[in-house]
Design a protein around this ligand. Structure first.
Ligand SMILES: [Cu+2]
Length: 116
């Protein structure tokens, strides 16, 4: 019984410590991957910048080869669709939203990915 109490107390202390250092905040974040159309490193910068501009997004990494964007975000602050629509708004079609034609037309010539 005493042993159990010690375990429970140390567990409680550990949780307290995590809260104080802010690590508990990190555990709220989730990782998602989705397809975003694009071609070059300019696209990569634009896509990642758009994703990171959404409140709650902690990390964004778009892979040129696979065209897969990996995002880490806090689902209490934004939704996956918030991120996807923001990326479409800067000119990049993705698996859920299409970029407006006029925004796509304004993209740098090397960024004119093939639209599906
Ligand atoms: Cu580009």
């Amino acid at each position: 019984m005493t042993k159990l109490l010690i375990i429970a107390t140390s567990l409680f202390l550990q949780i307290q410590m995590t809260t104080n250092t802010g690590t508990l905040e990190v555990s709220k974040n989730i990782t998602e991957k989705f397809w975003v159309n694009g071609v070059c490193d300019m696209c990569q910068t634009r896509i990642q910048k758009a994703a990171l501009s959404v409140k709650g997004v902690k990390m964004a990494n778009w892979d040129i080869e696979s065209k897969i964007l990996t995002v880490i975000f806090n689902p209490e602050k934004c939704t996956l669709n918030d991120i996807k629509s923001k990326i479409a708004a800067v000119g990049h079609d993705n698996d859920t939203f299409k970029a407006p034609d006029d925004v796509y037309d304004q993209l740098h010539f090397c960024c004119k990915y093939e639209r599906i």
